[in-house]
Ligand binder design. Structure first.
Ligand code: UDP
Ligand code: MG
Length: 152
């Protein structure tokens, strides 16, 4: 599996519950590389574009209201197979069905307050990264310990 980038966002509930450090550390400890990070209160337009595939769903308006209600911590993580791996670290959409050990499994109970978003595929990741970040906000860099990470 090649090097990929994925978009991850800590939703307003995660930020307001003080879970930013806890969540960042899980991706860091896994071995992924942080290449973009910012706190942003999304505009309605950004939120509606981001969740555009859910536009017709009954939860759409509540979801957009919630995601625009306060700061979101938006980030881009890079690494081998990071798109699928991030989804595994995050866990199932319904926190009560998410496995213990996952972010949602450990830190949430309510589907409408499930703490975190992660892109669901390579194409989605590309779309979402472009939606939330300018290319000048993303950094190419090589961690000094990368030599042992890539030999597997
Ligand atoms: N959501 C909700 N009610 C539902 C389904 C989804 O509030 O019945 C919210 C939930 O916050 C979820 C988001 O909509 O994270 C996007 O839904 P999706 O199915 O894409 O889940 P995800 O990709 O976040 O796991
Ligand atoms: Mg989704």
């Amino acid at each position: 599996m090649g090097v990929e980038r994925t978009f991850v966002a800590i939703k307003p509930d995660g930020v307001q519950r003080g879970l930013v450090g806890e969540i960042l550390s899980r991706f860091e400890r896994k071995g992924f590389k942080l290449v973009g990070l910012k706190e942003i209160i999304p505009t309605r337009q950004l939120a509606e574009e981001h969740y555009g595939v859910h536009r017709e769903r009954p939860f759409f308006e509540g979801l957009v209201n919630f995601i625009t209600s306060g700061p979101v911590v938006a980030m881009v993580w890079e690494g081998d197979g990071v798109v699928l791996s991030a989804r595994k670290l995050i866990g199932s959409t319904k926190p009560l069905e998410a496995e213990p050990g996952t972010i949602r499994g450990d830190l949430a109970v309510n589907i409408g307050r499930n703490v975190i978003h992660g892109s669901d595929g390579l194409e989605t990741a590309e779309f979402e990264i472009g939606l939330w970040f300018e290319s000048s906000e993303l950094n190419d860099w090589t961690p000094s310990d990368q030599s042992w990470r890539i030999e597997n």
